[in-house]
Design a protein around this ligand. Sequence first.
Ligand SMILES: [Mg+2]
Length: 155
Amino acid sequence: MIFLDIDGVMLSAAGWKPVENLEDGFSAFSKKAVDCLQHLVNETNASIVLTTSHKSTYPLNQWNHIFETRNLNVTICDKLDDNLISLNRKDEILNYLNAHPEIENYVIIDDDKSLNDLPQSVKEKLVLTSSLIGLTQENIERAIEILTHPTLVGI
Ligand SMILES: [Mg+2]
């Protein structure tokens, strides 16, 4: 399972950069990030849970279509609950994990700094991206390591 953010991961979240939208009205993804995410999914066969603050904007089938339109062959199987009480990303993810104890093998890919305060056992599964750069090959290598050797993480 991949907990995936979008801003600062699939595209640069630099405030001075105008966000380019595709015809469907949602942001274009950076080509590098698309290549990286596809590589991760190809290597691990993992599905995606969306964590982005945009999650409530579309239903799941439309999210799958949005990723497909951006040349990604991936499966988005769920998204975090609507964030009605403005939790930080850390608490949103912890709530989801508590509600889904069956999820043991996962990686969190996000640029949200609140995740630095995750409890250690969860933080071991965090790949924090640089907001201005987004997903890199180095991030993906780490994510593959976390998903394929979960017991070695932290060593
Ligand atoms: Mg973000």
